[in-house]
Design a protein around this ligand. Sequence first.
Ligand code: NDP
Length: 253
Amino acid sequence: MTPLLGSTALVTGASRGIGRAIARRLAADGVLVAVHYGSNEAAARETVHLIEADGGRAFPVRAELGVAGDVDTLFAALEAGLLAQTGQVRLDILVNNAAITADSIDTITPEAFDHLIAVNTKAPLFIIQRALPLLNDNGRVINLSTAATRIGMPEQPYAMSKAAIEVLSRSLAQLVGGRGITVNAVAPGPTVTDMNPWMLDNPEVQRAVGSGNAIPRAGQPADIADVVAFLASESGRWVTGQIIDASGGCFLG
Ligand code: NDP
């Protein structure tokens, strides 16, 4: 079934991890996906290859975020790709997924903090600003946050950058609701990706991390992608301005 056939999406950070799973899932639903990446071209090409092997459509878009001109670079490549693939420059779905982690609150440097905010908070805001004129009515904006915004986690000042994303999502929902555009944040818990290298290929660690969840296993990228796909679908039309926890019930207390 391809319920979103003819739709277009930009998924940032789609070369690996959760972004790749989101890109693959949306493409399986019929969406033409712009697979954004920062530097790992081989991984982005692999995402495109996997999508095409499954019968879907995608193209890679390179732009390092968090540097001067990042949004200009991204949209120049995105717009050229959409024009080449569809004959027009229209978007239905924007997924702000690309992000980085950082050092602990007691060790992070001002420079590293600036970069964290530039990639995780500033880039999504200005990507949204630039995408709005391209976004069709009844479109979707889905921003990746983290379940870590719900608790104190001193080793993750990165959660600060994501708390801003949640506020942005709520406020933007009000701004664009009149056009039928929904805006939500999806908050994963610990998920097996390159962002958590200690979990990769280590079932014991994954079991230990997952044991704190109501559903006692570690999250997989597809667990998050399915939630994003719901929000992107017609079935998600009445959900907006929300923070959707997709963590298997982690940090429930
Ligand atoms: P990964 O580290 O596995 O992948 C990160 C992706 O973002 C890659 O595609 C990478 O591109 C891209 N990216 C990173 N920095 C930049 C940059 N400066 N410019 C452009 N692209 C960049 O991340 P995850 O899949 O784990 O995370 C995806 C989202 O989910 C993030 O928003 C994260 O905060 C959130 N999340 C993840 C959790 C987890 O446990 N994994 C938990 C909670 C939230 P490239 O391949 O080119 O480097």
